[in-house]
Design a protein around this ligand. Structure first.
Ligand code: ZN
Length: 312
């Protein structure tokens, strides 16, 4: 079965060339070419995640390094194809290639709208304004107590993102920032790697109102495989499916997609140890009475419908 994954931190693996080789089946990493092929990955979002130690002064430098890395990878591995719009998706769907979308996670480097347009020209098609920290655009979820919304620069940026059809990602933003994005945009938007607070009370998860509005806006929510976002105790695949059930019941099945957060999380539930194991989730969904059609929606059709709604 085809699979579309909404959030991977795999670009950071290339910091460790002595132990990571994208062409090999690597033991201590979640994603490489072999595992992606095994999983039937058709499209994956590669995030430029700027680690906290680079912020704020070296965020731009690090973002550019990682975007350069992304393009070097594209050049080297002909199995990959850059996705910049619906036309590219249609093209890869009929081939053996894996489409890759470039995202920025935490937009410290996007210092104004002109920087946004330059990043757009470099292929960036999805951005979350913040990671966990506060920046010039908004408060991240780490500022939960201050809970600041988006700034004037943040408002301007999301409007320009809408115009350029860069997907707005609300994973990691503060609740006030989330609702500011809702009131300052009209487009569908995504939470690329977040689960349901109603099932697991972690600040990174979405509350019911957030889940509802994402569904109403025809956006999508990418299920995150980090155990701490799944269950406060032991996290099994069956616990992960509780989040899928819950989001489906509030926002509809069309809202549920896969985010995973592979290579950005330390641990995973058993049987989902890396991306090649993702079929175990499909198997468990069948056991839990999800139909073949339902599982196809979760695994790729909902992401495709979303991309089409933004870009076609
Ligand atoms: Zn993240």
């Amino acid at each position: 079965m085809l699979t579309i994954i909404g959030h991977l931190d795999t670009l950071l693996n290339f910091d460790f060339p002595e132990i990571y080789d994208f062409e090999r089946d690597n033991e201590n990493f979640h994603v490489d070419l072999i595992k992606m092929k095994k999983a039937g990955v058709k499209i994956a979002v590669f995030a430029v995640f700027v680690e906290p130690e680079y912020k704020p002064n070296n965020a731009l430098e690090r973002t550019i390094q990682l975007i350069d890395r992304f393009h070097n990878i594209l050049e080297k591995y002909k199995e990959l194809e850059l996705i910049e719009g619906w036309y590219d998706i249609e093209r890869v769907m009929g081939t053996e290639k894996i489409g890759v979308i470039l995202a920025i996670e935490g937009a410290e480097a996007v210092f104004d709208d002109s920087a946004l347009r330059v990043f757009y020209r470099l292929g960036v098609r999805m951005i979350s304004l913040t990671w966990n920290q506060r920046n010039h655009l908004a408060d991240g979820i780490g500022e939960y107590e201050a809970n600041g919304g988006i700034t004037i620069a943040g408002k301007s940026l999301v409007r320009e993102m809408e115009r350029l059809k860069i997907i707005i990602d609300v994973s990691h933003i503060s609740p006030a920032g989330f609702w500011d994005i809702v009131s300052n945009t009209g487009s569908p938007f995504v939470a690329s790697h977040s689960n349901a607070y109603g099932i697991c009370k972690h600040r990174r998860n979405l509350d019911d109102d957030q889940i509802r509005i994402i569904g109403e806006r025809k956006g999508v929510i990418g299920i995150n495989f980090a155990p701490e976002f799944i269950n406060t105790k032991k996290a099994e695949i069956s616990d992960l499916i509780k989040h899928i059930d819950y989001i489906r019941d509030i926002a509809g099945l069309n809202t549920v997609v896969l985010g995973t957060d592979y290579d950005g999380i330390k641990n995973t539930p058993p049987c989902l140890e890396d991306i090649s194991k993702i079929k175990n989730l499909a198997e468990e969904l069948y056991i839990k009475n999800y139909s073949k059609k339902d599982v196809e929606k979760i695994f790729y059709e909902n992401w495709l419908a979303f991309f089409k709604s933004i870009w076609a």
